[in-house]
Write a protein that binds this ligand. Structure first.
Ligand SMILES: Cc1cc2nc3c(=O)[nH]c(=O)nc-3n(C[C@H](O)[C@H](O)[C@H](O)COP(=O)(O)OP(=O)(O)OC[C@H]3O[C@@H](n4cnc5c(N)ncnc54)[C@H](O)[C@@H]3O)c2cc1C
Length: 288
């Protein structure tokens, strides 16, 4: 099917993009188009205006600054997979990036677009929850930074106001010995997750200082397994502690039975992946 008619805008600066977004009714930002274009083609979305931000400079960098990793909203999934900084210092991000979709989608799809789309089966949301990430939102009214846990509200629903553009994702720079990973079960390469788990673990004097656990495709949005995280804070990193965290994470999940598997099976995978991911993160932290 062909998309409904729309007017196409291609701003060349962030100010211009923000101005267009605030002055036009029923306008949508177009980034990689990997989720929006199919929605237009199926006519699930029919915005009157598309604001293509791909030529806006300054939104495609990956750098550390002011205690945070700063990822521009237009950074492509593949850019994350190929970044030396990410592979050297951010193992959870590094593990997730090459598991997103297929090479074509990874070349075009953006980190910002993925978060703004807020698909509960999207991978970046869970990773950012585990890493305590935040997003920077810009409008003509100014700029605000929001924790990812507040930004992701429900299925395809975020705290973005209609006149706001997501410009940057921030992840606190890790300190001390830490490790992390992203484990994803998919039916075939390139598929969305049946279940996935993002793990981050930091140690202090051999005990667990903090743990971050984000879960994909097992709730109406990317899920932060808060009880599991709390059970680990200050605990000895033992198999029993990881088993309890796995149990709590599975208990917090509310997957649905579908073509990818039964709810019971998916909950079991959460349990296994959380335990397994924590063990892998611990190995990394001890080796650091
Ligand atoms: C075949 C296929 C397989 C896929 N598999 C996976 C997968 O395994 N895991 C996964 O996580 N994703 C997967 N995806 C989705 C993919 O990651 C998309 O890239 C992502 O969901 C959207 O990013 P985008 O840049 O393409 O955004 P777009 O499609 O351009 O936009 C998506 C939405 O976000 C809004 N938006 C985009 N950028 C901004 C911004 N800067 N500020 C405000 N709003 C914005 C748009 O208005 C739109 O509503 C898959 C997609 C396809 C087509």
């Amino acid at each position: 099917m062909l998309p409904a008619p729309f007017e196409y805008h291609r701003p060349s600066s962030l100010d211009e993009a923000v101005q267009l977004l605030s002055s036009l009714d029923e306008a949508k930002v177009l980034a990689g188009g990997q989720s929006l274009i199919p929605l237009l083609k199926f006519r699930f979305a029919a915005p009157a205006h598309l604001i293509d931000v791909n030529r806006v400079p300054g939104l495609d960098g990956i750098k550390e600054d002011g205690g945070s990793l700063r990822i521009g909203a237009l950074v492509r999934h593949n850019q994350m997979a190929g970044s030396d900084l990410i592979s050297a210092r951010y193992p959870t991000l590094a593990a997730a990036a090459p598991q997103i979709a297929d090479p074509i989608v990874r070349n075009l799809g953006t980190v910002g677009g993925s978060l703004a789309h807020a698909d509960p089966a999207g991978d970046w949301g869970s990773v950012m929850l585990a890493l305590r990430g935040s997003v920077v939102l810009r409008s003509e009214r100014g700029e605000r930074e929001l924790a990812i846990s507040e930004f992701l509200q429900d299925t395809f629903t975020t705290a973005l106001e209609p006149d706001e553009i997501l410009t940057e994702v921030r992840v606190p720079q890790p300190a001390g010995p830490f490790g992390g990973t992203y484990l994803k079960l998919e039916r075939k390469v390139g598929d969305f997750a049946t279940v996935a788990a993002a793990l981050h673990l930091s140690l202090s004097d051999g005990t667990i200082e903090s743990a971050g656990i984000g879960l994909t495709a097992v709730a109406s949005k990317n899920l932060q397994a808060e009880d599991a995280e709390a059970s680990l804070a200050g605990a000895e990193p033992t198999e029993a502690a990881f088993a309890e965290a796995g149990r709590l994470a599975a208990e917090a999940s509310s997957p649905v039975t579908d073509v990818r598997g039964s709810a019971e099976y998916k909950r079991h995978v959460v349990d296994v992946y959380v335990r397994r991911g924590l063990a892998r993160a611990l190995e990394m932290a001890r080796a650091a």
